[in-house]
Design a protein around this ligand. Structure first.
Ligand code: KG4
Ligand code: ZN
Length: 352
């Protein structure tokens, strides 16, 4: 096993993060700087996010190096998120790392952001290895995968409209709960009674089977509209404020119910005995509890700690370790792509 030291940077959205990883799982330094000014605008403003990335990137990398008690000269390999994400934000991290790798004449690799989310749990628990079913739920993506082996990802289902985290953010905004919406809704929902606003769980037909298009796919926009209509009704009758916790609980129950149901279908069809969660929505305790309660004793659920569930460079470093060990190297042509396709995605058993 290698004991090389890798420096990774993640800057795909509104967090700037750097990590120093030795070998496969020894995290020597890890810094995450979160931008809080987006709360003011109720969401991430891309231009504001990329300028903020530029302001903090030097400091974030040097603090991670200091935490690892290292200098840039001691870094053996470099990695950076190359996409998907906000192009202006991605470019800040990418150019920083490209410059450093070139100056130090060291290997460089670009990492796909969602593949990095897939690797996060292995940093905390070595048993989180393929084969497993993965549910990746973030602000930009919702993916249900059957991971046979690292680097080979069967895409079972994905959202047809909004991502899961995006739905939490939009619904929170409708209810005036601020940004980011996920944690706010989860907090509110604890005091709520979901049965007061029974929203149907989306995309669940009792008579559908694995060969049907909608068996694994997900959707959140109909649920969001249902919440919007209920918010307007309650506003008109002057009862919105008192109903907010109940609305939050009802939305959360329907949204998470869909994620749980689709994941259970994937577990059943694949016969996998491990399930791995990833992405910001994986911070939601009700999701982990709801899924854990339904999986049965033979299936182990791996949930990343909150710090490794949301965007961070440690997961980028861990995914990069895998690609570097396979001999992959990027050259100076490496560029950021807002819509970078996930490497190794396989649909219906065939490579794309
Ligand atoms: O993975 P992530 O940090 O960034 C992206 O790659 O998008 O995910 C951020 C998303 C946001 O939409 C946020 O509202 C959601 O994760 N989130 C949550 C919770 N904490 C963060 N959603 C539901 N419940 C939470 N506790
Ligand atoms: Zn993410």
């Amino acid at each position: 096993m290698t004991d090389r030291c890798l420096l990774a940077v993640e800057s795909s959205c509104d967090d700037t993060s750097a990590a120093v990883l030795r070998g496969e799982s020894e995290l020597l330094g890890h810094i995450i700087a979160t931008q809080d000014m987006h709360a003011e605008y109720g969401g991430v403003v891309p231009e504001v996010a990329s300028r903020a990335q530029l302001r903090v990137i030097d400091g974030v990398v040097s603090t991670a190096l200091a935490e690892a008690d290292m200098t840039l000269a001691a870094i053996d390999e470099f990695a950076v998120t190359a996409g998907p994400g906000l192009i202006g934000s991605l470019l800040v991290g990418l150019n920083w790392v490209k410059g450093a790798a070139y100056a130090r004449r060291r290997p460089l690799v670009g990492v796909h952001h969602m593949e990095a989310h897939l690797f996060a749990t292995t940093l905390e628990d070595e048993r989180a290895q393929p084969p497993f079913v993965a549910l990746l739920v973030s602000g930009g993506h919702t993916l249900l995968l059957h991971v046979e082996e690292w680097g080979r990802y069967h895409l079972l289902g994905q959202t047809r409209d909004d991502a899961a985290g995006e739905a939490f953010d939009k619904v929170a905004r409708l209810m005036g709960l601020g940004y980011p919406g996920g944690p706010a809704i989860e907090r509110m929902a604890r005091d709520g009674d979901a049965t007061r606003h029974p929203f149907p769980v989306p995309m669940i037909r009792g008579d559908s089977g694995p060969d049907d298009d909608d068996y694994y796919d997900m959707s959140f926009s109909g649920l969001k509209t249902a919440v919007l209509l209920r918010v307007r009704e309650l506003e008109e009758s002057g009862r919105l404020e008192e109903e907010i916790p109940h609305l939050a609980a009802a939305f959360q129950q329907a949204a998470l119910g869909q994620l749980v149901e689709k994941t259970l279908r994937a577990v059943q069809a694949s016969g996998c005995q491990r399930v791995v969660l990833g992405g910001g929505v994986a911070r939601n305790r009700a999701l982990a509890d709801g899924l854990g309660g339904r999986l049965g004793p033979k299936v182990t659920l791996f949930v990343p700690s909150p710090r490794l569930a949301t965007d961070n460079a440690a997961m980028v470093a861990r995914a990069a370790r895998f690609h570097l060990d396979r001999g992959e190297r990027a050259d100076l042509e490496l560029n950021a792509r807002a819509d970078l396709p996930m490497p190794g995605i396989v649909r219906n058993g065939a490579s794309p």
